[in-house]
Structures are given as structure tokens and as C-alpha cells.
Design a binder for this molecule. Structure first.
Ligand code: GUN
Ligand code: FE
Length: 426
């Protein structure tokens, strides 16, 4: 039980759906009380001190206390091949991704990779990740074992593929169903872990496999379903060839029973009007992966058009994305929105990286906001972590001007502290 004091920022509503200033409360000298891993009070520092004079105090001064960042779409097995040069999506998968994912046939390699991955995410202030594993069940085990050891809230699923992938990365409709079901029954709801049904994307699954996973999804409506949609135009053309009967890309999932209110669709860049309407009608969530979309050359997500209609999360898409940092990811989201004529406010960027992602993962009642009753997964940001950032922050007239240089130019050096369920991890 302790008090954590610093600048605080508490969202009361989604600043992408209403004027940002009406959605957030900031406190120059604020803080929170943490009890047994839960936030039990929030307010001005002097009020907290007066109410709890006997509690130990961690005073972070001018540092900004935020909910830990939530990365709503990543591939932890791609940690070792992030920033691979010169390819676009399909060639990038064939050249770099699949050879690396083949290495996860070795459970020891998977275990070492998971440990290294969580070291990286935590050092960047990310306390929850929703990851794809590989086709190997042991890659899911490795991720959940490591997340559980660290007390993390974490989500993942076995990536299912039964075609257009190399021997050694392919399962079948039946083994995809059986292995996913076994992993789900073993891990879903254990401690802070959630299993996510994970067909990679339509080009690497047969209709039969998509339908088998659709059946599993129908049996477990409390589980999320994650996949990719409409990331690159070549990919969309390939889906049209592979599924001539489908109305569009989304229909390949819908026909298999994979479109539901707990769906999590990564990228969602080149959507048709029907797909947008259908996703909004169903209440599915979209995940924006901006560093990936520029790095692989995919396109510009329509934040203005989509965030008003669907829950939208923010994600690194490691290792198609070019950074482990949600700060860098917010900067890329800002830049992509600018290229589409929208200036995202720092409040909107911070929302996306915390509560927005948490809501997309249907965990908005547990993580992603500073509020009483929420789990105490926290990050503290030093808003003057480099000379270039410090000289900009020194001129700031309010919190938003003070934090924006860190969003645009900050990296893991800005992470002054990370707490998982109330325990400091760095
Ligand atoms: N589409 C299918 N698989 C992947 C992947 O691993 N990364 C990205 N960025 N897109 C994909
Ligand atoms: Fe991805």
C-alpha cells in the first residue's frame, strides 16, 4: 500500500468521440494510492497525503504517471527480425518472417524469445500486449509462462495457417481447432492471461480452417478473435483470387463465423464501404499499426472516419512495425493522421495507446485508465529525457505542450518507472 505522486491524467471518456478537453482531467501535483495491485484513490497530491499520512510515498516530481501502455497487436516471435530491409508484405513474410517463425519449433528458443520480448516491452513502458504466437503450441506456452511469471496481463493465441506457408509452419483445420481449444482451456482466464483465437489472415487459411476456428469462436464467445485485414492492396487482390465467392475480404471471415463483437482486426486500411459499415454494425474493434504501415509501405489508416464508428486500438505490430515503443507508435499515428489531414491531439494519442487499446481488447474495465478500481499497471514518463526534448518541454505552457515532444521524440529513455499490478519492475 503506497502513494505514487506526480503529474496525472485521467480519462473520463473517449477523446476521439467527443471534444478532447471534456474527456480528461489533469493534475499538475496529483497522485494515486495503490493497494494490493489496484488503484484505490486518485486526486491532488496534498489531498492524498492528508488522507493517508502513514502511507509510504513515492514522489516522482514532474514525471507524468500514465496507465502502462497497451500494445493491441504484436508478433512476439518476430522480435529477432524486426527492421528487416526492403520488402513489402507478402515477400516480407516469405523472406524474413516465416524463416524466423520456423525457429519456434524449438521450445527453448521460444522461451528465450518470450523472455527477451517482455524485457523489451516493459523497458518501453508497455504492460499489456496482445500477441500472435507461431503455429507451434509451445510458442503460446512460452509466452504465457513468461507473462505469468512476471504477473502481466497478457493475451495471445496460436497462429493458425494451413496453406501458403512453408512446411513446418502449417497445421490443418482439425489440428488448428484442437490445439487452439487445448491452449484456450489451459490458459484462458488463468491469472491475468487471455487466450485469443488467431487465424493469421485469409491467404494462409483454407475455408475449412477458417470455419473450424469460427466454430471454436462460437463455443467461446468470451474469447477474442484476432486477425489481419486489408493491409496491402496486393494482399486484397490475392484474397479476391483465393475466395472468388466472397463479397470482399471481410466476407471471408464473416462466412466462417469469425466476425463478432469481440473481433480484433489488425490494419484495416483499404476497407470498402460495406466492410466499414459491417464492422461498425457488429461492434468489432480495429487496430492501427502505424509504424508497420509506413515501414512495409501499406497505406494510411483512416482514423477520422473509423474511430467515430469502431473501437480503435494502437499497436506496434512488432516486427512488421519498426519499434517496440508505444511512444514511437503514437508519433507514427500522428504523422499518418497528418498525411490524411487530421492533427491528432496528444490526449487522443495517449488515449489510443492506453484506454483505446484496452477497450479494443475488451479490458477497459481493468486496465488502460487511471481510475479507482483499475489494476495498477503504470508507467512514469520523464518529460525531459533528452536535451532536445528538455529544451522543448521547458517552453511548455501546459501538460499537452509538455508531453507532445516526448510523444514525438521520446524512446525508452523517457520511461522513468514501470509498475505491474502495483509492483515496480524497472
Ligand atoms: N499479415 C499476415 N501476417 C502478418 C504479419 O506477421 N505481419 C503483418 N504486418 N501483416 C501480416
Ligand atoms: Fe500483424
Amino acid at each position: 500500500d503506497f502513494l505514487l505522486l506526480g503529474q496525472t491524467l485521467a480519462f473520463t471518456d473517449n477523446p476521439l468521440r467527443c471534444p478532447w478537453a471534456a474527456c480528461v482531467r489533469t493534475e499538475r501535483h496529483g497522485g494515486l494510492r495503490v493497494t494490493g495491485g489496484i488503484i484505490t484513490a486518485l486526486g491532488p497530491a496534498e489531498v492524498l497525503r492528508a488522507a493517508h499520512p502513514a502511507l509510504p510515498v513515492v514522489d516522482l516530481g514532474a514525471a507524468l504517471i500514465l496507465p502502462g501502455f497497451v500494445d493491441a497487436h504484436a508478433h512476439y516471435p518476430q522480435t529477432a527480425m524486426i527492421a528487416s530491409w526492403g520488402k513489402r508484405l507478402i515477400d516480407w513474410l516469405d523472406t524474413y518472417t516465416f524463416p524466423e517463425e520456423l525457429r519456434f519449433a524449438d521450445p527453448d528458443y521460444a522461451a528465450r524469445s518470450a523472455a527477451r520480448y517482455f524485457d523489451l516491452t516493459l523497458s518501453h513502458g508497455t504492460t499489456t500486449v496482445c500477441s500472435y504466437a507461431t503455429v507451434h503450441p509451445a510458442s503460446v506456452e512460452a509466452y504465457f509462462v513468461e507473462a505469468r511469471r512476471r504477473g502481466l496481463r497478457a493475451l495471445a493465441g496460436k497462429t493458425c495457417m494451413d496453406r501458403n506457408a512453408p512446411e513446418g509452419l502449417r497445421d490443418t483445420p482439425q489440428t488448428a481447432y484442437d490445439d487452439s481449444k487445448r491452449l484456450l482451456e489451459r490458459w484462458h482466464g488463468v491469472d491475468r492471461l487471455s487466450y485469443v483465437i488467431t487465424p493469421r489472415f485469409s491467404p494462409t487459411s483454407s475455408r475449412e480452417q477458417l470455419a473450424a476456428l469460427g466454430a471454436l469462436y462460437a463455443e467461446h464467445p468470451d474469447c477474442l478473435m484476432q486477425t489481419h485485414i486489408s493491409e496491402q492492396t496486393d494482399e486484397i487482390a490475392w484474397v479476391a483470387e483465393l475466395f472468388p465467392e466472397a463479397r470482399d475480404y471481410l466476407d471471408t471471415y464473416e462466412a466462417a463465423g469469425l466476425l463478432g463483437p469481440t473481433g480484433l482486426f489488425g490494419h484495416a486500411i483499404h476497407l470498402t464501404a460495406r466492410e466499414r459499415d459491417r464492422l461498425a454494425e457488429v461492434g468489432a474493434a480495429l487496430v492501427h499499426c502505424p509504424t508497420s504501415n509506413s515501414f512495409i509501405g501499406s497505406g494510411l489508416f483512416d482514423m477520422a472516419g473509423l474511430a467515430s464508428r469502431c473501437p480503435v486500438g494502437l499497436a506496434t505490430d512488432t516486427g512488421g512495425g519498426s519499434s517496440f515503443s508505444m511512444l514511437r507508435t503514437m508519433a507514427a499515428a500522428y504523422e499518418i493522421a497528418q498525411l490524411r489531414g487530421m492533427a491528432l491531439h496528444p490526449a487522443q494519442l495517449l488515449w489510443l495507446a492506453t484506454a483505446g487499446s484496452a477497450e479494443a481488447l475488451r479490458l477497459g474495465h481493468r486496465i488502460g485508465r487511471l481510475a479507482v478500481g483499475m489494476e495498477a499497471d503504470l508507467v512514469a514518463l520523464d518529460l525531459a529525457s533528452t536535451p532536445a526534448i528538455a529544451q522543448r518541454a521547458a517552453e511548455a505552457e501546459d501538460l499537452w505542450e509538455a508531453v507532445f515532444p516526448t510523444i514525438m521524440m521520446g524512446d525508452d529513455r523517457a520511461v522513468a518507472g514501470v509498475w505491474v499490478a502495483g509492483a515496480q519492475v524497472s
